[in-house]
Design a protein around this ligand. Structure first.
Ligand SMILES: [Zn+2]
Length: 1102
């Protein structure tokens, strides 16, 4: 007897056979002999197909609701063995069953396997539970009909089958492009008796077998012995022995832990990608499938808690499944359905603007407050591709103290050294952060993951607890009964970490007690993978950037119109448009890692947002013009909305503006330049006067008078282009001297007054290079480090043409051909600008290639380069010293990257790109990729417009001129400017729809700061309060005193400082008018101090 421990692997294998998981599936394809001997084989009995009395189907291509189909006459009889498709179609089944008399007194389940995703509704149309067909580990094909059958009772169900798998319909692999023609077999429809005693014993032995395999002595040996005894005791057809087996198991499970045992807080979770390998519309149904399933788990298991994030998914559920939503709310009240995360969606954190990140929290918080009466203090983001260094501050200002993620466990280079730590952001804000050490957000809730939560917890000495997220993600139905059974057995068993299924708040309540012990990580949490997501799907990035900028100015204009003229503020409308933009910042949409359908949706959404914002702006702007056009100024002046900066006051372009108009100005005296595409370019002289030595940014309405060429002091300046006898093209204005070869190579770029050339001696800039871009696995996601070893430099442009030669702008177009792709590059320099602009049209037809532009600069020895990030900038190495430096071979930047030394710098600006790579002295920007999965058309074909610009500056970085030039490249498109269809051919001059004549000019708000370092991020009406909300930030990293100067038109009397949720009210002092008592026509001024990279939000009251 009892030799089992002498060769333990034999006994463990015996236990596995006894459980039978390996051979098992619910419809019994296990070998008969095995099935009759193992525990899985005992689960389902008396299966009956005859119990299905009626089975009908209604198929369609759309996704109709229950209400739309319930009384349809289109249901027709069907049977198992039929195939249903094609991909993405919907099949509503009506199932009527009658439980056989023989099942009376027993627990009866419906078995349904359609090899696809499905959702069972009761007769009243309330979702009950999801099904996941197919062979994967997420498989769930049974639904408990009754715990105790009476016999002969009838049930009617509706089942909505989606013709897609859990991970969409990829051809030959999950992340491959969708196969539009997939069909799914309805394999099984039956009822069967579920043997709960067999199930309970199975769950016992499964955990014992794991314990025998994974625990340390002596628990390992104890588990092995007891489990072996169970197998010896068990007699399949003698129920009394089953009870004896359970008693044996108790011997192990009832041994308690000592005080020092660690704690694992297990949170039931179902990570649902808001779009990915399926479109948004399918996600709505995935939520219903996953969450209804969880309500059944809660009914079954009192100890079970489920954690859900993403307000958008909740709003969908509320709208589309009101009954299900009511049930969810009742579990929220009990604290068992736990909403966390606070954001609108689990967004990408690299690419959205700072203001977008704020709105993710603001709108998410509003939803939580309005629907649950609660605020989540945890930012929940298990799966995103890098974390902005300003998130700690944004969290702090949203009353969020804790952060949970785990994605850095995917790092390909360096193992992140902490599990529980303090994350300190750019401004010094700190949040308590935890990376669940099981390194997954889809744990199976087994002993292996529980133990790994401990052995991989790098800070367990500081805090003896960990979080574990368990449940099948992406509509896999979340936690399964097997997981809950497993974890509930680990509550307190000697040798096994104490497991408590609960809310993540319980973990953070424990963890926050040891704040003083934790290590600190300062700055961004850079993700050493998925660097292709800064570039993939260029159009979604362009759309997002346009929407962000238009939202900023539309809100500002509407707020001013409301407070000056009482024009109703379109709060609801703007909120809806923000929601669309925020939705498309989801962590597989904006990064470019979704299927094509998702980008068709995103592009529709972005177009809608731009169109509607433009309408709002035009209408609002018109109001100002009508109210303020005091005299008939037609033919003399025109007005528009502008953001101006006196950082550029030294140059001409603060007091002049170029515009391009479709129609000529009515006064024929006014001179213009004809553009190469037949439009009219005018130079306007603005009514602006900047005080000397102030460094300020302002927002207002500007008026200007078109300049009569030759009749103005500008006539001494000019811009020119000439071709020398050596075939060199020279572009020159008052600020820049630029020298190109006729092949498009930039051989010299000098800022006048500085001797130094920005281009490295002997090298040339504007170098186009295609890199081989074949990542290891995640095509749309990754650029791998080895891509740098294999590349093709483009041949010089095959032709060039001078399109415009002044007097106000010069344009030369270079035409390139490379492999199967074409690029038309319009190099532009205008009379007002010190930025050399490159705009592009491209026809891109490559496979797994990355296109970059490269500028070898004369900044040869700088160890770091600077990149704009949300509300500030970050520094990354230009060298490859350590593995941490190497891993940053491609990084994210917003509107610019700057490479400077103490006396001189070069900034590479962009209008819709994010991928930068600065190595040694070479500034490089990624322009296009061509991954083939999950969208094989990613970035293929025409790109109407993307731009970059080069700006050379004297002195070190940071300086406001870099932000100012990045801003001008961004093209603020304000009425009467054209917003939606970007013309590709403009330089820094916006295009005008039509002339709007008015001499109205007003600067509504100015921010004066010592270096031009305080910028505004939002100007809007406050949430639910009658106040102007203005958000500013310090962009350099220099604490300073600044001033907010508000036009008397706004009649501001006092102000409070608030948080990002606009719930705080801190009286700001001193606030004062420029005189003691506010008088009419006096500006209202607020003096304030602001810290390095600090974000401040003020509410201004009339
Ligand atoms: Zn995800």
């Amino acid at each position: 007897m009892a030799q089992h421990y002498k060769k333990e692997s034999i006994t463990i294998e015996r236990l596995e056979l006894f459980c039978g998981w390996k051979d098992f599936n619910t419809y019994g394809s296990a070998p008969l002999g095995r099935k009759s001997q193992n525990l899985c084989g005992q689960l389902w009995k008396e299966e009956s197909v005859d119990a299905i009395k009626d089975l009908q189907v209604y198929s369609c291509e759309e996704r109709p609701s229950f209400e739309q189909i319930k009384s349809s006459s289109r249901f027709t009889p069907t049977t198992t063995g039929q195939q249903f498709g094609p991909s993405w179609s919907t099949h509503w089944f009506l199932v009527e069953l009658e439980i056989p008399q023989a099942m009376s007194g027993k627990e009866v389940h419906l078995l349904w396997d359609c090899n696809a995703e499905a959702l069972l509704y009761n007769e009243q149309g309330v979702p009950q539970q999801g099904f996941v067909g197919g062979k994967g580990i997420c498989r769930r094909v049974d639904f408990p009909v009754t715990k105790q059958a009476k016999g002969n009772e009838r049930f009617t169900f509706f089942i909505e089958m989606a013709a897609n798998g859990l991970f969409g319909v990829g051809q030959d692999g999950d992340i491959e492009p969708p196969d539009p023609n997939r069909y799914f077999l309805l394999e099984k429809v039956a009822v069967a008796v579920f043997d709960r005693e067999a199930w309970n014993l199975l769950c016992d032995v499964t955990l014992l077998a794991d314990a025998a395999r994974l625990l340390a002595p002596p628990y390992k040996q104890q588990a092995l012995r007891i489990a072996n005894d169970i197998v010896n005791t068990f007699v399949v057809d003698d129920r009394r022995t089953w009870n004896a087996c359970r008693e044996l198991a108790k011997e192990f499970f009832q041994q308690k832990n000592g005080d020092g045992q660690t704690k694992v807080i297990a949170c039931g979770h179902c990570h649902i990608d808001t779009a990915w390998l399926w479109p948004y519309e399918e996600t709505i149904r995935k939520c219903a499938r996953s969450w209804s399933t969880q309500l059944r788990n809660m009914e079954q298991y009192d100890c079970f808690h489920f954690v859900a994030s993403q307000a958008q998914q909740m709003e969908w559920t509320k709208e589309k499944y009101p009954e299900l939503w009511k049930q969810i709310l009742s579990y929220v009240q009990q604290g068992r359905f736990v909403p966390v995360g606070s954001t609108w969606v689990e967004m990408d954190c690299n690419l959205p603007s700072g203001e977008s990140l704020v709105r993710q929290f603001l709108l998410g918080h509003s939803f939580f407050r309005d629907n649950f009466g609660m605020h989540s203090s945890i930012f929940w983001l298990p799966d995103t591709f890098g974390y902005s260094s300003q998130l700690p501050q944004i969290m702090r200002l949203c009353d969020i103290r804790y952060f949970m993620t785990q994605k850095l466990s995917w790092n390909l280079f360096n193992r992140f050294p902490h599990s529980t730590f303090l994350w300190e952001g750019l401004d010094g804000s700190t949040v308590l952060t935890h990376f669940p050490p099981a390194d997954t957000y889809n744990s199976l809730g087994n002993l292996k993951d529980v133990l790994y939560s401990v052995s991989n917890n790098k800070d367990i000495g500081s805090c003896n607890a960990s979080l574990l997220l368990f449940g099948h993600g992406d509509g896999g139905g979340g936690p399964s009964p097997a997981m809950i059974e497993s974890l509930s057995r680990m509550k307190d068993v000697a040798g096994i970490p104490r497991v408590e299924m609960n809310s993540p708040q319980v973990f953070f309540d424990i963890a926050q007690q040891y704040w003083h012990r934790y290590p600190r990580w300062k700055g961004e949490l850079y993700f050493e993978l998925h660097r292709g997501t800064y570039t993939s799907q260029a159009k979604v990035k362009r759309g997002n950037r346009n929407c962000e900028w238009m939202l900023k100015y539309t809100e500002a204009l509407c707020a001013i119109a409301y407070f000056v003229h009482g024009k109703p503020y379109p709060h609801e409308h703007l909120q809806q448009l923000w929601k669309l933009v925020l939705l498309n910042q989801f962590h597989d949409t904006l990064p470019g890692s979704s299927i094509r359908q998702v980008y068709q949706d995103a592009s529709r959404h972005h177009a809608k947002v731009c169109r509607e914002l433009e309408d709002i702006m035009k209408e609002t702007f018109q109001l100002f013009v009508e109210k303020h056009a005091t005299t008939n100024q037609q033919g003399v002046k025109c007005s528009w909305i502008s953001e101006d900066s006196s950082t550029s006051a030294a140059s001409l372009h603060s007091s002049y503006q170029l515009v391009i108009c479709n129609d000529p100005f009515p006064d024929e005296q006014i001179s213009y330049q004809t553009t190469f595409d037949g439009k009219y370019m005018y130079l306007l002289k603005k009514d602006v006067s900047w005080e000397p030595n102030t460094f300020s940014w302002s927002f207002g309405i500007q008026s200007a008078q078109p300049v009569v060429h030759g009749g103005d002091d500008l006539s001494c300046d000019s811009v020119s282009i000439q071709k020398t006898v050596e075939d060199v093209l020279i572009l020159e204005n008052a600020y820049l001297y630029c020298q190109f070869t006729t092949g498009g190579h930039l051989t010299s770029l000098r800022r006048k007054g500085i001797q130094r050339d920005a281009i490295q001696s002997g090298a040339f800039g504007n170098r186009l290079v295609t890199y081989d871009d074949v990542p290891l696995f995640w095509d749309a996601w990754d650029v791998e480090v080895y891509h740098e070893e294999k590349y093709w430099e483009w041949q010089p442009a095959k032709s060039y043409q001078i399109l415009e030669a002044g007097p106000w702008r010069v344009v030369v177009v270079f035409e390139y051909e490379h492999h199967r792709s074409y690029l038309w590059q319009y190099v532009m320099l205008d009379i007002l600008s010190d930025v050399l602009v490159f705009r592009h049209q491209c026809d891109w037809h490559e496979s797994r290639k990355l296109l970059r532009v490269e500028f070898p600069t004369s900044v040869l020895h700088s160890m770091n380069a600077s990149f704009e990030t949300q509300f500030g900038w970050v520094s990354r190495p230009t060298h490859r010293n350590t593995s941490w430096d190497i891993a940053k071979f491609e990084v994210c930047g917003h509107r610019f990257a700057d490479l400077s030394d103490p006396s001189f710098g070069v900034a590479l600006l962009n209008d819709c790109k994010y991928g930068y790579s600065v190595k040694d002295n070479v500034l490089r920007m990624s322009l296009l990729r061509s991954p083939k999965s999950p969208d094989d058309q990613c970035d293929m074909g025409r790109h109407a417009s993307f731009s970059y610009g080069l700006f050379v500056h004297e002195g070190a970085f940071p300086q406001a001129s870099v932000w100012d030039r990045a801003q001008s490249l961004q093209q603020i498109l304000l009425p009467p400017w054209q917003a939606v269809d970007y013309p590709f051919h403009d330089s820094l001059a916006p295009v005008m729809h039509k002339w709007i004549f008015s001499d109205y000019s007003e600067t509504f708000i100015r921010i004066i700061s010592p270096y031009g370092n305080v910028l505004w991020s939002a100007l809007k009406k406050a949430q639910g309060q009658d106040a102007i909300c203005i958000r500013v930030y310090e962009s350099f990293g220099c604490p300073c005193d600044a001033q907010l100067v508000v036009s008397p038109l706004l009649a501001i009397r006092n102000a409070v400082e608030t948080n990002l949720l606009e719930t705080d009210r801190k009286i700001v002092a001193p606030t004062r008018s420029s005189h003691q008592k506010p008088r009419e026509n006096e500006q209202w001024i607020l003096n304030f101090s602001i810290g390095a990279f600090e974000i401040k939000t003020f509410l201004l009251f009339q």
